[in-house]
Design a protein around this ligand. Structure first.
Ligand SMILES: [Zn+2]
Length: 274
């Protein structure tokens, strides 16, 4: 019990430092910083150093890509996305909660299925974030994952070659890091490749789920002033008009559901391969 308390305390200190930095560099809003604080304390209290490393890798790599993009590719602006890059609580929780739930189940049951689920969840969140950040730089116009029709850059459900490559790279980075770190911690040579392959494939699937939901059920609006497609409910100071999808299903909820689905798929693959 005392150990858990010290771990929580350690987590609080680390999260205050990271949260402060993320807030100052405008990666997180105030509510996003508070959400990160709670997620971070759960992670440090109930996770291992490996699970912290993976979450860090997700946040740092996504932040770095964003900073590089802002520095060198200023012409690319998010016009369609519902929110800017500064993540609020809903965005932080939508991206991290499915994985954190899986990690809590692992802490409670010690069943490695949930550990692999956690890695898949983080791989999926990273994959989806990289795909949308890097995909926006694609020289070719995105196409709908469902109809293959051209879509304006930044529209949910649109995919590009560059974005797809980024999502594969992100999932690879998280999964291979986990495989190597977990092997290192077992001190018994390299562990079974399924610890790498399952999160890797599930992580790629996460951005596929995300695009499929984005192209089908996610709410899409049209501005009554400029007639541009948007995910914002207000554009040019006017209430936008719903043209497609379910009103309650915004980008954050799509991220959350595709995160959950990713973990379920990872769990099923794990069961099949055991
Ligand atoms: Zn407008």
């Amino acid at each position: 019990m005392l150990l858990l308390f010290y771990r929580a305390l350690f987590g609080a200190v680390v999260c205050i430092i990271f949260g402060f930095f993320a807030y100052l560099t405008k990666q997180l809003t105030l509510s996003g910083t508070i959400a990160l604080f709670f997620v971070g304390i759960l992670l440090t209290t109930f996770g291992s150093w490996i699970s912290w490393c993976l979450m860090l890798l997700f946040f740092l790599s996504s932040g770095l890509i964003h900073l590089i993009k802002k520095r060198f590719f200023t012409a690319h602006q998010d016009l369609i996305a519902e929110k800017g890059h500064t993540r609020d609580a809903q965005q932080v929780l939508a991206n991290s909660l499915p994985a954190v739930l899986s990690l809590l189940l692992y802490a409670y049951t010690s069943n490695e299925l949930f550990l692999v689920g956690y890695v898949a969840g983080i791989a999926g969140a990273t994959s989806d974030t990289w795909a949308s950040e890097i995909g926006q730089l694609s020289p070719s116009t995105p196409r709908s994952i469902l109809t293959f029709k051209q879509l304006p850059t930044g529209t949910s459900g649109g995919i590009t070659g560059l974005g797809t490559l980024a999502s594969v790279g992100a999932s690879f980075l998280i999964s291979i890091s986990f495989w190597l770190l977990f092997s290192l911690s077992q001190m018994n040579g390299l562990i079974s490749a399924s610890y790498f392959l399952i999160p890797f494939f599930s992580g790629i699937l996460a951005s596929v789920f995300d695009s499929l939901l984005g192209a089908s059920l996610q709410a899409r609006y049209e501005c009554v002033v400029c007639h541009q497609w948007t995910e914002q409910t207000v554009h040019h100071g006017q209430q936008t008009h719903l043209i497609k999808g379910l009103r309650w299903l915004d980008n954050d909820k799509v991220n959350f559901f595709s995160g959950l689905l990713t973990i379920v798929v990872a769990g099923m693959l794990w069961r099949m391969l055991q």
